[in-house]
Design a protein around this ligand. Structure first.
Ligand code: PLP
Length: 401
C-alpha cells in the first residue's frame, strides 16, 4: 500500500480513496510551494515501474514511451540493475576519487571497448559530460571557439548552454561562450564556419530535442575531415543516442566515423544518474591531475548499476531489438496520417494537430508520450518494449489523431 505524507502530517492512504486524487492534488500543490517552477509537468504522480510500464498513485498503468527521456533503455527496475544496486549498497555506496575502486575501472574498460575511445572521465549527468568535453578541447587546442548545429541540445549549465541552440534558453544567461550555430546536416555550412581558431565542433549523431533528426553518414564524414583540416576537435554528443537507442551501441556506429571526444549519460547506468566523457589518447593526455574532478563521478554504486545495465543490454540483445522494434514501430506508424523519421527506437513523429494535446489525450488513455515541438512527438520507449505494446500505442495514436 502506498502512503503519502501530507503537509498537515496526516498520512493519506489508498484505504480512504477517492482520496487518491486528493493525494495527487496534494503532491502537486506542495510541489508548487516547495520546488523551483522550472518544469512543465504533467498531472501524474508516478510511483512504480517495470519494463516498459509505469503505475501512477491511483494504481493506473501506463505504457511508457518516454522512458525517463531515453534513460530507461533496459526498462524500469531491470532485475539485474536492481540486484547490482542492492548488493553494492551493502558493501560501499560512496568513497571518493582520492581512492581506487574496481567498479570504476571495470566500467571504464567496458566503455572503451564498446566505443573504441581510449580514456574515460566519469561525472553525473549529460550536461557535466559536455562541460568536461568543453574543458578538454579548450586545453587540447589552446582555442575557445566552438561550432554547434541549429536545433542542438547539449545541456543547461553555463558551458553547455552556450552550445544549445534555442536562443530563449540562452538569452537570460548571457554572457556565455556561445557557439557559432550552423544548419544541421549541411556540410558546406560547417566548412564555412570552422576556422583555424575553432577549438571544437559538437554534434549529436541524431538530434533528440530538435524532434529526432538523423545526421547523414556523409555529413559526419565531412565533419571529421573539416575538423582535421583545421586542427579542431570533433565531439559527438551521444548522451541521448547511446546504449542501443538507435539500433547500434552508439549513433556513431551507423557511420563508422570516430570523434575525438564523446559524451554519454542518460541510459548509461540503468536509471541512476551518471555521465561520462571519453576521448582518444592523443586528446585525453592533455588533461593532467587537477584539471578536472567530480566528487561523485564514477562512484561504486552507479558504476555497479552501469555494469549491470550494459550486461543486460548484451544478454538480452537489446541493441538488435532496438533496431527490430524501431522498424516495426515505423512500419505501424506508416498506417497513420503522420510523418516519421528516426533510427532504432528513437523516432520522431510529425502530426497534423497540437502535439501537447496529443500527449494529454494519450495519457488519459494509458500511454505516456513526449512532445518536442508544437507538432512533433518523440517516441523513445524502453528497448524491452514488445510488439503488443507498440500496437497499443499506435492504436491509441490513431484514435486521438
Ligand atoms: N546532450 C544531449 C544530446 C541531451 O539530449 C541532453 C539531455 O536531454 C543533454 C546533453 C543534457 O543531459 P542532462 O539533462 O543529463 O544534463
Amino acid at each position: 500500500m502506498i502512503s503519502f505524507e501530507r503537509s498537515d502530517q496526516k498520512t493519506v492512504t489508498r484505504r480512504f480513496m477517492s482520496f487518491e486524487d486528493v493525494a495527487m492534488k496534494d503532491i502537486i500543490e506542495r510541489e508548487a510551494r516547495a520546488i523551483f517552477q522550472t518544469y512543465t509537468r504533467q498531472p501524474l504522480v508516478i510511483v512504480r515501474g517495470s519494463g516498459a510500464r509505469v503505475w501512477d498513485s491511483n494504481g493506473r498503468e501506463y505504457i511508457d514511451f518516454v522512458a525517463g527521456i531515453a534513460v530507461n533503455n533496459v526498462g524500469h527496475c531491470h532485475p539485474m540493475v536492481v540486484d547490482a544496486i542492492k548488493k553494492q549498497c551493502e558493501l560501499l555506496i560512496h568513497t571518493s576519487n582520492l581512492y581506487y575502486t574496481e567498479n570504476q575501472v571495470v566500467l571504464a574498460e567496458e566503455l572503451k571497448s564498446l566505443t573504441g575511445m581510449d580514456k574515460v572521465f566519469f561525472c553525473n549527468s549529460g550536461t557535466e559530460s559536455v562541460e568536461a568535453a568543453i574543458k578538454l578541447v579548450r586545453k587540447a587546442t589552446g582555442r575557445y571557439e566552438m561550432v554547434a548545429a541549429t536545433g542542438s541540445f547539449h545541456g543547461r549549465t553555463m558551458g553547455s548552454l552556450g552550445l544549445t541552440y534555442k536562443s530563449n534558453y540562452r538569452e537570460p544567461f548571457r554572457p556565455l561562450n556561445e557557439a557559432a550555430f550552423v544548419p544541421y546536416n549541411d556540410a558546406e555550412a560547417l566548412k564555412s564556419a570552422v576556422k583555424r581558431s575553432t577549438a571544437g565542433v559538437i554534434l549529436e549523431t541524431v538530434q533528440g530535442e530538435a524532434g529526432v533528426y538523423v545526421a547523414s553518414n556523409e555529413y559526419l564524414r565531412a565533419a571529421r575531415d573539416i575538423c582535421d583540416d583545421n586542427g579542431a576537435l570533433l565531439i559527438f554528443d551521444e548522451v541521448q543516442t547511446g546504449f542501443g537507442r538507435t539500433g547500434r551501441w552508439f549513433g556513431k556506429d551507423h557511420s563508422g566515423i570516430m570523434p575525438d571526444v564523446m559524451t554519454l549519460a542518460k541510459a548509461i547506468a540503468g536509471g541512476l544518474p551518471m555521465g561520462a566523457m571519453l576521448a582518444s589518447e592523443s586528446v585525453s593526455s592533455c588533461f593532467q591531475r587537477g584539471d578536472h574532478a567530480s566528487t561523485f563521478g564514477g562512484g561504486p554504486l552507479v558504476c555497479a548499476a552501469a555494469i549491470a545495465s550494459i550486461t543486460a543490454i548484451k544478454n538480452e540483445k537489446l541493441v538488435k531489438r532496438s533496431e527490430d522494434m524501431g522498424s516495426y514501430l515505423i512500419s505501424k506508424l506508416r498506417e497513420l496520417p503522420v510523418r516519421t523519421r528516426g533510427l532504432g527506437l528513437m523516432v520522431g513523429v510529425d502530426i497534423e494537430g497540437d502535439a501537447r494535446s496529443a500527449v494529454d489525450m494519450a495519457r488519459e488513455r494509458g500511454i505516456l508520450l513526449n512532445s518536442t515541438g508544437d507538432r512533433t512527438l518523440r517516441l523513445v520507449p524502453p528497448l524491452v518494449v514488445t510488439e503488443a505494446e507498440i500496437d497499443r500505442v499506435v492504436d491509441v495514436l490513431g484514435e486521438i489523431l
